[in-house]
Ligand binder design. Structure first.
Ligand code: FMN
Length: 159
């Protein structure tokens, strides 16, 4: 399996899960970085006018990326991680998917959250990666060992 572990993380939680996953599968790690990082004010979900609230209310919003250097072309399987925002993936994950060609590739979702599941994340992302197979993976809330994550990935039979 030629894999890449990509992730977006605004406050570091998903980043930790992504690092363990990359070690577990022996794959390179790629951080999806926004051109303009999210400040804590941007992330205030109590404020309807905060950047994250405004972006997440508009499912067509596509926050700009800092770079488009992910080695996607070399991979068959992309593990794609993000924090759950308003029950789905942040729209910058759509920006990431639309920046590359994922045709024929398998995208396995993983996420961290305050408790919500992946919900309709896959539906919101599939429009941005036509031709890819999206696997509705799992939440990685809490601590996972590399062995646990390897067992999960082995169970997906990705080839
Ligand atoms: C704007 C925003 C919206 C969020 N919406 C949800 C949500 O709908 N359900 C949930 O369980 N957690 C929600 N959270 C909490 C994050 O999913 C959780 O803290 C996540 O682990 C953060 O990951 P990160 O540190 O990688 O950014 C939200 C956080 C933010 C900033």
């Amino acid at each position: 399996m030629n894999a890449l572990v990509a992730y977006f993380s605004a406050t570091g939680t998903t980043a930790l899960a992504a690092k363990t996953l990359a070690n577990a599968v022996g794959a390179p790690l790629y951080e999806i970085k926004p051109a303009v990082p999210y400040s804590s004010a941007d992330l205030d979900w109590m404020n309807q006018r905060s950047r994250s609230s405004v972006e997440m209310k508009d499912k067509h919003s596509r926050p700009a990326l800092a770079d488009t250097t992910a080695p996607v072309a070399h991979c068959d399987v992309i593990f794609l991680g993000f924090p759950v925002w308003w029950y789905v993936a942040p729209t910058i994950v759509n920006t990431f998917l639309e920046a590359y060609d994922f045709t024929g590739k398998t995208i396995v979702l993983y996420a961290t959250s305050g408790g919500s599941g992946l919900g309709k994340s896959a539906d919101g992302l599939s429009i941005s990666a036509p031709g890819a197979k999206i696997v509705d993976g799992r939440l990685l809330n809490g601590h996972f060992s590399e062995a646990e994550l390897k067992a999960w990935v082995d169970g997906l039979h990705l080839g």
